[in-house]
Design a protein around this ligand. Structure first.
Ligand SMILES: O=CC(=O)O
Length: 324
């Protein structure tokens, strides 16, 4: 039997991926991560056995057709897999893996960054410095923010990332951690978090963290109704996917003072249009989807993604399979 063929659908992934895969496979690296060029490169391979995915492009029928009938595994270098049409993989008997776990710390760190900066009015404060409108420190009513200490936290999605956010918040002496999701979790009990329904969480939380995957159920879950229920002093932090939030409803809530502030690492579209209203709002802190962007995290993600492909091709169990 010849060597397996693998396509890495992005020329910019950490080197470790190619190093590992090329020990036993013939590796083709796509010339760019845009969809048209991946499709072209896939067609030129004459069929591959494994697909290393590291873009937000959809893995759909067209991509799978171009990959050919030998394809056994798609391994995505991401925790989220909303960009993969899982039904297509399942119908073809193709395995799927992702990189959960490894991103928890880095994503939880950016969640803290966003919570802290949104609560301390970072964007607005920075603008005051730039525009020379910085008011004397001794005006004790100026630029008052919200305290994390003593606050009620709401976490939507108490998976690995949600749990890591909770652990960090415990160090900030919060009063209470509420969470919601598909089901109550043993890990919730361990960290002293209370399982509640979405309605209660939305109404009672001072900070709401979105850490749930994007699914049909979570799509636009933060809508006009949701923002109407949040406290006026409430802060929304999103480190999941932009589409959990109805962005127009969020912009309206922020403009009308229905909520205090938002900190977003994810939005739509990505990249965000430079004329987006989000950029003009003083009570929004934005980061350009940097949740997992540390060298160690990305190296570990690339390694795990490659190892999952090697295991699938060797007929072994995947390290981090996605149930299809
Ligand atoms: O958004 C990043 C990821 O899903 O890993």
């Amino acid at each position: 039997m010849g060597r397996f063929k693998v396509l890495i659908a992005n020329p910019l992934v950490p080197r470790i991926a190619n190093e590992l895969l090329s020990q036993t496979c013939d590796v083709v690296t796509a010339s760019s991560y845009d969809r048209a060029s991946i499709l072209k490169d896939l067609k030129a391979t004459n069929g591959i056995d494994g697909l290393f995915w590291a873009t937000k492009n959809l893995v759909d029928k067209e991509i799978l057709d171009a990959a050919g009938p030998k394809l056994k595994v798609v391994s995505t270098m991401s925790a989220g897999y909303d960009q993969i049409v899982t039904e297509e993989l399942k119908a073809r008997g193709i395995k799927l893996s992702n990189t959960p776990g490894l991103v928890n710390d880095s994503v939880a760190d950016i969640a803290m960054l966003l919570a802290l900066t949104a609560s301390k009015r970072f964007t607005e404060g920075r603008r005051h410095i730039e525009q020379g409108t910085w008011i004397n420190y001794f005006n004790s009513h100026w630029m008052l923010g919200q305290d994390i200490r003593g606050s009620t936290i709401g976490i939507i999605g108490l998976g690995g990332i949600g749990q890591t956010i909770a652990k960090r918040l415990i160090g900030f002496d919060v009063a209470k951690i509420l969470y919601t999701g598909n089901r109550e979790k043993a890990e919730g009990k361990k960290i002293g978090a209370e399982f509640v329904n979405l309605d209660k969480l939305t109404k009672e939380s001072d900070f709401i963290f979105l850490a749930a995957p994007l699914t049909n159920d979570t799509h636009h879950m933060c809508n006009t109704d949701f923002f109407g229920k949040m406290k006026k002093t409430g802060i929304l932090v999103n480190v999941s996917r932009g589409l959990l939030v109805d962005q127009q409803a969020l912009i309206k809530a922020l403009k009308e003072g229905q909520i205090f502030a938002a900190g977003l690492d994810v939005m739509y579209p990505e990249p965000l249009n430079t004329d987006s209203e989000l950029l003009n709002l003083p009570n929004v802190v934005l980061t350009p989807h940097l949740g997992s962007a540390t060298k160690n995290t990305r190296d570990a993600m690339a390694e795990l993604t490659a190892r999952n492909i090697l295991r699938a091709l060797a007929g072994e169990e995947l390290l981090t399979p996605v149930e299809l």
